[in-house]
Design a protein. Structure first.
Length: 201
């Protein structure tokens, strides 16, 4: 009988060790899964927050058609948008949303690509988005100036003498400014670039 008892004890101890290892392994796996869930949940919540910082479209109102009163020199308050969009490449219906124009105060002057003369351009930017886009433009004024000058320096004076060449330049400037704003601010939002002056000499 004593031999039977001696043989049963090591078997019980082996089973207990096996059960203990399985239990500890299960607890470690559950803990790791819970930790990963909390980490990735917090990460996705953190990634979702920047969308709130994106500009929103400004719905057109009845008051937006009214002209400003004479003698008003104060800048208008930044517009507040109410319509969220998935990205800044969203197709905007200009009849539904209010447009804001932002003039760049200083003109841009650069030599032309062929070295035959220079180009001086004044521009104004337009957006259907709220004041956040205007704030982004102000914050990125130096890089915007740089990218506009680079685009202007690549122009052919013969092409700029035609309306198609000027429209092409508008599209190039709009794309370049939007690309820069996307890189720096995560959102473009510029609808078009308009010339307030254009001199080729």
């Amino acid at each position: 009988m004593s031999k039977d008892k001696v043989e049963e004890t090591p078997k019980k101890k082996g089973k207990l060790k096996k059960l203990l290892f399985i239990t500890i392994g299960a607890v470690v796996l559950i803990g790791a899964g819970a930790g990963a869930g909390i980490y990735f949940g917090a990460l996705s919540a953190h990634e979702a927050k920047p969308a709130d910082h994106y500009p929103k479209l400004v719905l057109r109102s009845e008051d937006s058609d009214a002209a400003p009163a004479e003698g008003e020199d104060e800048p208008a308050a930044p517009k507040v948008g109410t319509v969220s969009v998935p990205n800044d490449k969203y197709k905007v219906d200009p009849r539904k949303y209010e447009i804001t124009y932002y003039p760049i105060t200083d003109a841009f002057t650069t030599n032309l690509a062929d070295g035959s003369g220079f180009l001086q351009v004044g521009i104004s930017l337009s957006t259907f988005y709220d004041g956040k886009v205007i704030n982004n433009i102000k914050r990125q004024a130096v890089p915007i100036r740089s990218v506009v000058l680079m685009v202007l320096a690549e122009q052919d004076p013969a092409l700029l003498s035609t309306s198609q060449g000027k429209q092409r330049l508008q599209r190039q400037l709009t794309g370049a400014i939007n690309d820069l704003l996307r890189e720096k601010e995560g959102f473009g939002g510029i609808d078009n670039v308009y010339f307030t002056s254009l001199v080729i000499q």
